[in-house]
Design a protein around this ligand. Structure first.
Ligand code: PGA
Length: 256
């Protein structure tokens, strides 16, 4: 596990976008695994800027999103469909046919889960998967539980997750109780994983991800077994780690 600590959220976002951008330059038809939540928004802004500057091209890129609320229409401005179009897809030259987000409105939800995993398998596999992390160490919507879930599945959201996400809705009651998410197994199959965390409220989850026992009660702890994981943290999210755990990103000053 490689851990990079940035000065603040702005530099974390830039660093994450540079890593995704490099992947896209090296492999223009990359398959990207994408995440929602507040944390990746800055990375998406930087990617849009890189696209506008002509540095990266999304025309051959395929994407798979981690999760979506169950039974929340795509048009709802709190759906992850809406989030992804609003924060990224509407601003870049991605072919919309190459965009995949689990359909939480599917009539046959079990079939939707199987179909989603099949589509990932039928692509060349996810080259780089972006993850946020919950205060309870969830990745995607894989909440703390008694076993690691392999494939895409329906989950009942933890009360702590619903409360954390209530800030986006007008009330806690409006936050869906269920979601459809890629499993830890689907995430683990990604060739490279980029986990972003910002803020003091993530520090304990990050400590447990790096140093804790590997257990489904700490879903992110499975990443200790993955061969290519990069954690990009700001100082606050890294505050419970020791300095020996990580590398510090120095801001490069302009050379005249
Ligand atoms: P956040 O959510 O980026 O809004 O903190 C992360 C997550 O819950 O996975």
């Amino acid at each position: 596990m490689r851990i990079i600590v940035c000065e603040n959220y702005q530099s974390l976002s830039k660093k994450a976008a540079q890593i995704i951008g490099s992947q896209m330059i090296l492999k223009p038809n990359s398959v990207l695994g994408l995440a929602t939540g507040s944390t990746p928004i800055g990375m998406y802004k930087n990617l849009i800027k890189m696209y506008e500057e002509g540095l990266i091209d999304f025309s051959k890129i395929t994407t798979f999103n981690l999760d979506e609320y169950y039974n929340l229409p795509a048009e709802n401005n709190q759906s992850y469909h809406y989030f992804m179009y609003d924060n990224l897809f509407n601003h870049i030259n991605i072919n919309k046919e190459n965009v995949h987000i689990p359909n939480g409105m599917a009539q046959d939800i079990d079939n939707e889960c199987l179909h989603y995993d099949k589509m990932i398998d039928n692509s060349s596999g996810i080259d780089i998967q972006v993850l946020g992390i919950g205060n309870n160490a969830h990745i995607g919507f894989n909440e703390p539980t008694i076993n690691f879930n392999k494939g895409t599945h329906v989950v009942t959201l933890d009360e702590s997750t619903r409360k954390a996400n209530a800030r986006f809705f007008s009330s806690l009651e409006e936050v869906p109780t269920k979601a459809i998410t890629m499993g830890t197994g689907s995430i683990f199959k990604s060739k490279k994983i980029l986990l972003l965390a910002s803020g003091k409220n993530k520090a304990e989850a990050i400590y447990n991800t790096v140093h804790g026992k590997v257990t489904p009660e700490v879903p992110s702890s499975i990443l200790q077994f993955h061969q290519d994981v990069i954690l990009i943290l700001d100082k606050e999210a890294a505050s419970l780690l020791s300095k020996d755990d990580y590398e510090v990103v120095q801001e490069v000053s302009k050379v005249k």
